[in-house]
Write a protein that binds this ligand. Structure first.
Ligand SMILES: *Cc1c(COP(=O)(O)O)cnc(C)c1O
Ligand code: SF4
Length: 334
């Protein structure tokens, strides 16, 4: 039997919660008991990239703390208005690696579908904050062109659903896509890059587990968490359900000044991830996207932090520190 969400036209619980996400900075500040003169929102930053944050994520922020590491990730700040040298709209060369709209084929064996432009949360440091999603949508034309591309290149063994956040698409759309992908014989793995299990754990429902746990392809999910406070009991429960459904879980983080740029913050994150069944995978050096310069730690600080982390943790809890360079054939270790 199909999970209920696959054949009913009713919005699922998670869609209702997503629709109630906060988009008004003043409402957010009121929730947190923060006067706007302490943390004034930037209208310019917000016009470039709107505020969007689910209420459950806000509930994990510390009230009255303008420096809260979760708040800092999503708040449209005046620092974004500074046009720092070397920070550009497409820092990782996505647009040059797109053989057809929304398909990124940069690395051997893996092709990435920009499945949607929508996200449940807007992260201020996002390297795709200026991505032209409207012109690069593989879902246009029922995925036919993208699927044809994958079917014609037998060197591709793994397909990555990314975005945006692919899990903002409904299961009514994702389940048939997974079905069609699994019919391509040379594909072995289906990897999903998503922040939803963390920022909207209600997304991990029977509808999702139904198709993801049953596909012929080996399912891998790379969640995206930057700070231990992002993981509460409800998130842990969602991650447990994914593991039980046979999904291999990894985490990637971005190294962000004022969020996780201390050995203690990174160690706490690795510990709580492992407790939740997630292996730390990548720690990305910030991509130099316009508007995010205030998050930059610089490469040498990053290397120092990693050395300290190695002195604190078992090797398997130390993420690989990498940076992405346009035109390179893999993410580059530091
Ligand atoms: C990051 C990325 C991948 C995956 O790289 P891994 O090193 O396998 O995690 C694949 N394609 C694109 C375009 C990417 O940006
Ligand atoms: S969820 Fe991912 S794609 Fe969306 S804004 Fe955050 S970092 Fe960017």
């Amino acid at each position: 039997m199909l999970p209920r969400t696959l054949h009913s036209g009713q919005p699922s619980q998670w869609q209702k919660i997503l629709a109630e996400a906060i988009s008004d900075p003043l409402e957010l500040l009121t929730w947190l008991g923060l006067p706007p003169d302490i943390l004034p929102p930037s209208a310019i930053a917000r016009r470039q990239f709107s505020l969007r944050v689910p209420r459950g994520y806000v509930a994990r922020m510390r009230k009255g703390d303008p420096g809260d590491p979760l708040l800092r990730q999503i708040f449209p700040h005046h620092d974004e208005e500074y046009d720092a040298p070397g920070f550009s709209p497409d820092p990782v060369g996505d647009l040059a690696a797109m053989p057809l709209p929304g398909v990124l084929h940069k690395y051997r064996g893996r092709a990435l579908l920009v499945a949607t432009g929508a996200c449940a949360i807007h992260c201020r440091y996002c390297f795709r904050r200026h991505f032209p999603y409207g012109d690069a949508n593989p879902a246009a034309g029922q995925w036919d062109a993208a699927l044809n591309y994958l079917a014609c290149d037998s060197s591709i063994t793994e397909v990555i659903l990314s975005g945006g956040d692919p899990l903002t698409l409904t299961d009514q759309r994702l389940a048939p896509l997974a079905q069609r992908l699994s019919a391509i014989p040379h594909l072995k793995r289906l990897r999903i890059h998503s922040r939803l299990p963390v920022v909207l754990p209600e997304r991990v429902d029977d509808g999702l587990l139904g198709w993801l746990g049953k596909t012929r392809l080996k399912p891998v999910m790379v969640i995206h968490t930057n700070h231990a406070n992002e993981i509460d009991d409800q998130v842990r429960h969602a991650l447990d359900k994914l593991t039980e459904a046979g999904v291999t879980l990894f985490n990637q983080s971005v190294l962000l000044r004022g969020v996780n740029d201390t050995p203690a913050a990174l160690a706490d994150l690795s510990e709580i991830l492992f407790d939740s069944g997630v292996t730390p995978y990548y720690l990305h050096l910030l991509d130099k996207v316009r508007g995010a310069a205030h998050f930059d730690t610089g490469a040498s600080r990053a290397e120092t932090l990693l050395t300290e982390l190695r002195n604190h943790l078992p090797g398997y809890l130390v993420p690989r520190l990498v940076r992405e360079e346009a035109g390179a054939s893999s993410k580059l270790p530091l």
